[in-house]
Ligand binder design. Structure first.
Ligand code: PLP
Length: 379
């Protein structure tokens, strides 16, 4: 039986190395509650990501939820965000009793269209929550300028932007806070995990309290917190994975470049444009299936699936179209976001995906192209 190929496959450190690394826990019995590995990972990630401050959390979603909560916005206030994202972004806003206001994205790279933000600002607006998607970074300068002019906070969903830099600064150093996800499917992971990066040192204490039930002292609870602490096993997985990151990026880049080469010249396939001077983190390989390709995105997805290749329509549907949010919130016309969500397909990309598998995937894509060489499948 042919092996299925999923969109991603978690990177793992050598088993022996991880086993050695977790051994001290059998003596210390300090398994969670901000132990020494939690501290080590916080320090190392702060350096790696080039951010002034960083707090680790149990996952990216709780990091986003608590990052928003840390600013204590008034209930019912409006937050400008985009619907071309993972559902977590919108959930985090709504679960803080805030109203998402949906802004469109740019056709070129899928990030928030900064030219459309101003029209959505009202006296109830308190923050902007933009999303860096597939390693394409938002126009951080334009967004900051608007935020300054209107006194708004900026909290980035940077789950897709691990390790990126813009103008020699860690991407997480922009805005008031940036949230990373270290889920098993992400380019760097701690099994489950996440972090908030920030510049204001007050946020470190606020998040420390919020991720630990709002507890301030042994007998003092000052905030309505959650339990969102990263445990020591997860932190150790992160410390181990961090050592192999440069290899991870190199291996992913090889596969990314090979895809690019194999798919060159196929009519109706488009790629996102990447901002000049920004290194890719090769976290995803999204393609856009345009009208002049031989079949629709959905049909292509089905054809790949029939051969055991699980590409993902990521992000589809728009979060604003999901059953829980449909027609509930204010939005701009979302033409570009809607179009992208109907055309985008994320192809499998991970460190140990082999070149033959990529050849197989791209040969199927070539087969259904208008200008493709109609190879009849041998299977
Ligand atoms: C993965 C992801 C999240 C959520 O992170 P978890 O660690 O899975 O909770 C949020 N936003 C985006 C864009 C993501 O890709």
């Amino acid at each position: 039986m042919k092996e299925n190929i999923f969109v991603t496959r978690s990177a793992m450190p050598p088993y022996k190395e991880f086993a050695e690394a977790i051994k001290p826990l059998w003596d210390s019995r300090w398994l969670t509650n901000m132990g020494c590995y939690h501290k080590q990972l916080e320090d190392q990630l702060k350096d790696y990501l080039k951010v002034p401050g960083l707090s680790l959390l149990v996952n990216g979603h709780m990091a986003l939820e608590l990052a928003i909560q840390a600013f204590q916005f008034p209930s019912g206030a409006e937050v400008i965000t985009t619907p071309f994202t993972f559902i977590s972004t919108t959930h985090a806003i709504v679960r803080n009793n805030l109203q998402p206001v949906f802004c469109d994205v740019k056709r070129t790279d899928g990030t928030m269209d900064e030219s459309m933000i101003e029209d959505l600002i009202t006296e109830r607006t308190v923050a902007i929550v933009p999303v860096h998607v597939y390693g394409n970074v938002c126009n951080v300068d334009a967004i900051q300028k608007l935020a300054d002019r209107y006194g708004l906070k900026v909290i980035y969903d940077a789950a897709h932007a691990f390790g990126l830099e813009d103008q020699d600064r860690g991407i997480g150093s922009y805005g008031d806070a940036s949230v990373f996800s270290f889920h098993a499917t992400k380019v760097f992971h701690t099994i489950e995990g996440g972090a908030v990066a920030f510049s204001d040192p007050k946020l470190y204490d606020r998040l420390y309290t919020l991720k630990n039930f709002g507890i301030q002292g042994e007998e003092l609870v000052t905030g309505i917190g959650a339990n969102a602490k990263m445990n020591e096993f997860a932190a150790i997985m992160g410390l181990c994975n961090l050592k192999y990151l440069s290899r991870t990026f190199t291996e992913r880049k090889k596969r990314y470049d090979f895809y690019k080469m194999q798919l060159k010249g196929i009519q109706g396939l488009r790629f996102f444009e990447r901002k000049e001077g920004i290194e890719n983190n090769y976290a995803y390989f999204p393609i856009l299936v345009e009208d002049d390709y031989g079949i629709t995105r959905d049909a292509l997805s089905d054809c790949l699936r029939a051969e055991g290749i699980y590409a993902r329509k990521y992000f589809y549907p728009l979060t604003s179209d999901q059953a829980c949010f449909k027609n509930k919130y204010r939005k701009a016309s979302l033409n570009q976001a809607r179009t992208l969500s109907q055309k985008v397909l994320v192809l499998p990309l991970y460190e140990d995906l082999n070149m033959e598998q990529i050849e197989h995937i791209t040969s199927i894509i070539n087969r259904y192209a208008t200008n493709g060489t109609k190879i009849i499948s041998s299977t």
